[in-house]
Design a protein around this ligand. Structure first.
Ligand SMILES: Cc1cc2nc3c(=O)[nH]c(=O)nc-3n(C[C@H](O)[C@H](O)[C@H](O)COP(=O)(O)OP(=O)(O)OC[C@H]3O[C@@H](n4cnc5c(N)ncnc54)[C@H](O)[C@@H]3O)c2cc1C
Ligand code: FES
Length: 299
């Protein structure tokens, strides 16, 4: 983990209320892996007092192919993101990272879960489900899974064959940089609340319709990775558990420190009659849906 002053390289509007921020931070770029995050702080202000967490969008390289920096994508929502949207190239931010645990691919997951190691669907297919700004961890993850980029010195040994990418937003104007998810091996399914693009309604309903195991038994989503607002993740997680689908939920709870010392970011892990708290910042942010005990479930 590094704490650095990172120079802003670019900070550009890419969709409604959505910016892409590129920071020069070679040490973090070299060590970070998809699924991990950084904590950012605007210098010279104590409002907001606390850092904010942002998922790795992707790493960037210098013209000589050295790790140079990282990109994050954020939506302007409150104190920190309002300040961020005003930041100009050449200014700098405090950054801490890499933080949290990397996503697990089928090979890593199989090490402790022998049941899936012989099932080819999991090593060949993955499904991403993003709500709102929840697409951010998936740009680097698809590039890793399809063998296009290595992260923290690691490349995938056998790239997967197919990714289904479901992304839901309020309206079409919120889909920024769809081209960053463009690959012959990625099939994109969009959903909007106002029907301005793709399926009209919730992205999870779009997914349920297309991958319902009883209606489409021939279709497998492979390993599922989801990120978005908590009610969406709770509904999706419970549905996947009830249909025996393996689903990782990347949680975005508010965090104060980001590295395990303040206990502001806990989640109940276990089962409804026997659970304990884990810290989202160090044990997550992604957890298996089967392991999460939602508040209305616990004793
Ligand atoms: C591991 C992790 C990764 C994250 N990655 C990203 C990312 O890639 N891009 C990104 O834009 N944000 C991301 N977030 C959320 C981010 O950390 C901030 O919470 C968010 O940007 C709002 O900060 P703010 O200071 O602008 O808003 P605040 O002033 O803190 O909040 C303003 C209002 O927005 C509400 N709010 C805060 N966060 C959310 C939220 N996530 N969803 C809905 N309402 C919210 C608050 O309750 C409050 O009402 C991530 C969070 C975590 C824990
Ligand atoms: S944010 Fe401090 S313990 Fe997780």
């Amino acid at each position: 983990m590094f704490q650095r002053n990172a120079k802003v390289v670019q900070n550009i509007l890419i969709a409604e209320k959505t910016w892409l921020l590129e920071l020069e931070c070679p040490e973090i770029a070299q060590k970070i892996f998809p699924g991990q995050f950084v904590m950012l702080r605007v210098k010279e202000t104590f409002d907001p007092l606390l850092n904010r967490a942002f998922a790795l969008y992707d790493v960037c390289h210098s013209p000589t192919h050295h790790y140079f920096g990282i990109q994050i994508v954020y939506v302007r929502i409150g104190k920190m993101t309002n300040l961020l949207s005003e930041i100009q190239p050449g200014e700098s931010l405090d950054i801490i990272g890499p933080l949290g645990k990397p996503f697990l691919d089928s090979e890593e997951y199989s090490k402790n879960n022998k049941l899936i190691s012989s099932d080819k669907r999991y090593s060949e297919i993955a499904t991403f489900i993003a709500g709102g700004i929840g697409q951010t961890p998936f740009r680097s993850w698809w590039r890793f899974l399809l063998g296009e980029e290595s992260y923290n010195g690691k490349s995938i040994s056998k790239p997967i064959e197919k990714i289904y990418f479901f992304w839901g937003a309020r309206a079409v104007s919120f889909f920024g940089r769809l081209e960053d998810f463009s690959s012959t091996k990625i099939e994109i399914f969009l959903a909007t609340e106002d029907g301005s693009k793709g399926f009209r309604g919730r992205v999870t309903d779009h997914f349920f319709n297309l991958f319902h195991p009883q209606i489409h038994p021939e279709k497998s989503p492979g390993l599922i990775y989801a990120c978005g607002p908590e009610p969406m993740l709770e509904g999706l997680g419970k549905w996947c558990v009830s249909h025996n689908l393996i689903c990782f939920l990347s949680l975005e709870s508010p965090m104060a420190c980001g590295y395990g010392v303040c206990n502001t970011c806990v989640v109940k892990i276990g089962n409804p009659s026997l659970w304990d708290y884990q810290k989202i910042c160090v044990d997550g942010p992604a957890f298996l849906a089967n392991d999460i005990v939602w508040d209305n479930q616990s004793n």
